[in-house]
Design a protein around this ligand. Structure first.
Ligand SMILES: *Cc1c(COP(=O)(O)O)cnc(C)c1O
Length: 371
């Protein structure tokens, strides 16, 4: 029996050279002695774990991830550098796996210290002590920090302890200083140890004092070529920040309709033509990962010309205005985001962030790496 590859024109194309360019950018923003751990959780933000890891491993010092199966896949494919598990272990039985595969672990609560204390390991682990400096998600309070550090230091199961925190406002006016000030005030010795602080926004915001990034930085979104600030601040778009899009979601026009004034488009007829116009039907819908909130709103390129979605995005299709693209026909190429159209702009029009668009790319979309 022969199977046929889908002829539906949608495809996600990935650029390895863009990925490397963005990684070089992260490296350039890191202190010369600093380490860069590329964050490749969530299947490398939807880009493909192993494809991304293979291309990034020569350019970075380690990877940060959350899923145990993904960490095992990296090891099984021969990656033997550091892997940091960003949420650590959830149950005691994972610890042997951490030890066997040499996975560095976040420790964010007393429960995890107790579990570690009660488990004998074949090889000790590098531990990242996660502190809650104001995000109020995971982490020890600053009052608990020094005692937790000392407790971990003494365990035979622990090889090294790195002090870690995560910034809540690196991409807005509140910035990162307030969290570091809290840390320094509550536990001045923290700065004597190895530290890990910065995400993409903190790196790109570029504090003059690179110590404020920590010794080990954890960029994620910038590696994929989107801006932590989205599309609205011209000084902080992905392009302005020197980032190149890695993922381009592409499709084609598969149908054309000529509307008369008063004709409506799509489910619920949420768009009404106020004059005669031509619309194109694009083979891409929310089942491909395109945000339904982009209905009547989001930009797209047809034949390289910018236009917008009209009507509701449906499961497999969406419609777009072809008024400004008179030469469009069936088969005309469409860019949903990526090359020539930043994902940040589409995300913005759909009231979300590029992170969510990337992570939502559906398995049914074929993927091609260009280099
Ligand atoms: C996801 C994550 C990052 C990366 O954040 P970006 O905004 O994508 O750079 C860094 N650190 C931790 C703990 C994370 O969970």
């Amino acid at each position: 029996m022969t199977t046929h590859a889908s002829r539906r024109p949608i495809v996600a194309e990935f650029s390895g050279s863009a990925l490397r360019q963005n990684a070089d950018r992260a490296r350039a923003l890191t202190a010369p002695s600093g380490k860069v751990f590329a964050v490749i959780k969530a299947d490398a933000y939807g880009h493909g774990l192993l494809e991304v890891a293979a291309r990034l491993s020569p350019a970075v010092d380690g990877f940060a991830i959350l899923e145990l199966s993904a960490a095992q896949a990296l090891r099984q494919h021969g990656y033997d550098g550091p892997i940091l598990m960003l949420e650590g272990f959830f149950k005691a039985d994972e610890l042997q796996v951490f030890s066997q595969w040499q996975l560095d672990t976040v420790i964010h609560c007393t429960d995890q210290i107790q579990t570690l204390t009660l488990t004998q390991l074949s090889q000790p682990l590098n531990v990242f002590l996660k502190l809650n400096t104001g995000m109020n998600r995971l982490g020890f309070t600053l009052e608990e920090a020094a005692a937790a550090f000392d407790a971990l230091k003494q365990l035979p199961q622990v090889r090294s302890v790195t002090v870690m925190t995560h910034f809540a406002d690196a991409d807005n006016d509140r910035g990162t200083g307030w969290q570091l000030e809290r840390l320094a005030a509550a536990w001045p010795e923290a700065g004597l140890y190895r530290t890990s602080f910065a995400n993409s926004a903190a790196l790109l915001a570029g504090p003059a004092d690179r110590q404020k990034l920590g010794d080990l930085v954890r960029p994620g979104i910038m590696l994929y070529g989107a801006s932590p600030w989205g599309a609205n601040d011209p000084a902080k778009t992905a392009t302005a920040l020197g980032l190149a899009p890695v993922m381009s979601l592409k499709s084609a026009i598969i149908g054309i309709q000529h509307l008369q004034p008063g004709d409506r488009v799509g489910y619920g007829g949420t768009f009404t033509a106020d004059q005669a116009m031509t619309i194109g039907i694009v083979a891409c819908g929310y089942a491909d990962g395109y945000p339904r909130h982009g209905s009547n709103q989001a930009p797209l390129l047809v034949n390289g010309v910018r236009t917008r979605v009209v009507g509701r995005v449906s499961m497999d299709m969406m419609c777009c205005d072809l008024t400004n693209v008179p030469d469009a026909q069936i088969g005309s190429p469409v860019v949903l985001w990526g090359e020539g159209l930043p994902a940040d702009e589409v995300a913005d029009a759909a009231c979300t962030i590029a992170y969510e668009l990337f992570c939502a790319l559906a398995p049914r979309v074929p993927r091609i790496w260009r280099d």
